[in-house]
Design a protein around this ligand. Structure first.
Ligand SMILES: [Zn+2]
Length: 163
């Protein structure tokens, strides 16, 4: 909504919306609202994840997304990208915070290839339908998210010396 308002009140020569206090306030209002929604979501989600981990005496494993956040920073300033970047960063921040508060161990793994390597044999997976991947070597098949989760778990276990 902020973006639409901004486009509607922009010209190629100058940003007319910057001069209109009312429009600018509306745009700011939408930005603040979006940031608040992201913050609430990140707090709630991290609380649920870390509480569950504490109850079951699990370790929390995460991808080190610093690189991703940095690479998104280089993309053109777009509201969607900015919100996505903010979401990752805030979720990561609150998970760290919750883990420290509750004394839950947190492990960060290398994110490289977590959604393209076979969790069973490390071969490169091939596309197999919508968001699904298949291993040409060992026939393992799953959706992208499951593949990423299994790889993060595997890397965390290796780091902990459990594999
Ligand atoms: Zn495989």
């Amino acid at each position: 909504m902020a973006e639409d308002l901004q486009k509607k009140h922009s010209s190629s020569k100058y940003n007319a919306w910057l001069r209109r206090r009312g429009v600018l306030n509306r745009i700011r209002h939408f930005h603040r609202k979006a940031r608040r929604i992201v913050e609430d979501w990140a707090k709630k989600t991290s609380y649920e994840i870390v509480t569950l981990a504490k109850q079951h005496q699990y370790v929390v494993a995460k991808e080190d997304l610093t690189g991703l956040v940095e690479s998104l920073r280089k993309l053109p300033k777009d509201h969607k990208v900015a919100l996505l970047m903010l979401s990752y960063a805030r979720l990561e921040f609150w998970i760290d915070w919750q883990c420290q508060k509750k004394g839950v161990p947190l492990i960060a793994v290398d994110p490289k290839g977590t959604s393209s390597a076979c969790p069973r044999c490390d071969s490169r997976l091939k596309e197999s339908g919508y968001r699904r991947l298949r291993c040409p070597k060992c026939n393992f098949e799953a959706d992208r998210d499951t593949v990423a989760v299994l790889n993060i778990e595997k890397r965390a276990l290796i780091q902990m010396g459990e594999l």
